[in-house]
Structures are given as C-alpha cells and as structure tokens.
Write a protein that binds this ligand. Structure first.
Ligand SMILES: [Zn+2]
Ligand SMILES: [Zn+2]
Length: 253
C-alpha cells in the first residue's frame, strides 16, 4: 500500500491511495488541467484512477470532482448530503451513495468512512486499508471526537489537518466572523488540537505522520511539524508535510 498527496490546503486537496492494482483518489479540488498535471507528477494518468471518494462539498475538496469524474467516467463515492451538491446533470451511473458508518471497497482498497464535525451537509473522512495496513486521513475537522480517535488509532500512516496556529489566526487579517468560523467547533483543527489528537491515539504501529491542510496565511510548516513531532515524540524530519503546491511524494506504508 502506498499514498501520495496531489496538494493540500484551502486552494485544493487531492490524495491518491494505491493498494494492489487499485488506485483511489480522495477529493479533487483542482481544475481538470491541474489535476492531470498533478497526477502526472505522481507518475499517474487519469485512467489509473478507479474511483473518487469525497469528504464534503467545500470547493477545495469537491470543486474538481464532477468535471474530472465525468470526463474520465470515474465512479464517485459520496454521502447523500455531499451528493446533493453534484451538478444536476451529473451522470447517475457514476454516483455511489455511501453510509458514513459503513465500510465499502473500491477494487483492492478497503474504505472506512467516518462522520466528522465540520460545517458541511454530511461530511466524512476516511481510513483506507489493504487488509494489513491502515492509512487514516482527517482534514476539515472542527472538534476531536472519541469516534475519530477510535478510527485513527492503530493506523500505520496518518495524514492530519494542522490548519492554523491559533495566535497567528487571531492576530491575522481575517474578518472576526471568519476567524470564529475557522476556530469554531465546526471549523478546522489548529496545531495544538492536532497535537492533542495524535497524543490521544494508539500510535503503536505508526510509521508515517503527515501534516496537511496548512493555512498559507495562518500557519507555518515549522509550527505544524513541531506540534506533530511533540505529539509523536519523534524527530521533526520524521514528520511529513502535504503542501498546497507540491503535495507529498509517494510513501510506501
Ligand atoms: Zn478544506
Ligand atoms: Zn471544509
């Protein structure tokens, strides 16, 4: 099993998981041309993607899904709430509605959705597995729940939102209402909450820890890495960062 990030942040997210002969994309917040270019950088072409699992309808996650899926006839996996935001003329044959508590498979990739608190209609995040190893991904999480802790415990690889540094957010230029939304219970995880989440998990099998969805205004790579390194009691070089422009190179789990 291996994974790569095509890019992560408020301007677009996409991640590819590969188990055996199957590659699944999680979210697509990029234009068609940009998605193709980012896939090519990862050594992939659109025809390599067997399905797209979507977390929620925000543009940075779903903005490129319909166009890419339709163009290459790729099945899309969404909750009913998220699927509500697909364009009305999107081909029904490509839509697979999922239950936020029910695991499913796309080829060789086992996918476990789980619900998360975030200001969207029916948001989920995912754990992927090849039957032996687990990759847990959580971006766009307003609050840590016990359920999220249970789902991410025991994973070999984790991609965790480190959206903002709370002090940088509060001192920064955003309007007060937006600051409240981001820091609120249905907003985004700050560095110290990400640290708290990783501290609360069973990390006994953890081999890859990656910070994702960093705000370009309200965070730095160094602060996010420091928070996760503290939580995992590891060297800073061991923590990866999925960046907006470059994503994250393939990691073998
Ligand atoms: Zn997002
Ligand atoms: Zn969101």
């Amino acid at each position: 099993m291996r994974f790569t990030s095509l890019g992560s942040g408020s301007s677009g997210n996409g991640l590819v998981v590969e188990c055996g002969a199957t590659r699944v994309m999680m979210d697509c917040g990029f234009t068609l041309a940009d998605t193709r270019a980012r896939l090519e950088r990862a050594g992939l072409s659109p025809s390599d993607i067997r399905g797209i699992v979507v977390t929620h309808e925000h543009d940075d996650h779903m903005g490129g899904v319909a166009r890419f899926a339709r163009r290459y006839a790729i099945p899309v996996y969404v909750t009913r709430g998220t699927g509500h935001w697909l364009p009305p003329d999107f081909p029904a044959v490509l839509v697979n509605y999922i239950d936020p508590h029910t695991p499913f498979a796309v080829g060789d990739v086992a996918v476990e959705p789980f619900p998360v608190p975030h200001d969207a209609r029916e948001p989920v995040q995912y754990v992927f597995s090849d039957g032996a190893c687990r990759l847990g991904v959580v971006t766009d999480l307003g609050t840590i729940t016990q359920h999220v802790v249970e789902k991410l415990s025991g994973c070999q690889a984790l991609v965790i939102e480190c959206n903002h540094d709370l002090d940088m957010l509060m001192a920064g230029p955003y309007p007060f209402a937006l600051k409240q939304r981001i820091a609120g219970r249905l907003g985004h995880l700050c560095n110290s909450a990400a640290r708290e989440l990783v501290c609360a998990l069973d990390r006994s099998r953890l081999r890859h820890l990656v910070a994702a969805h960093l705000s370009q205004q309200n965070n730095t790579r160094e602060l996010a890495v420091e928070a996760l390194a503290q939580a995992a009691c590891c060297e800073r070089d061991w923590v990866g960062v999925a960046s907006q422009d470059d994503g994250l190179a393939w990691r073998d789990v």
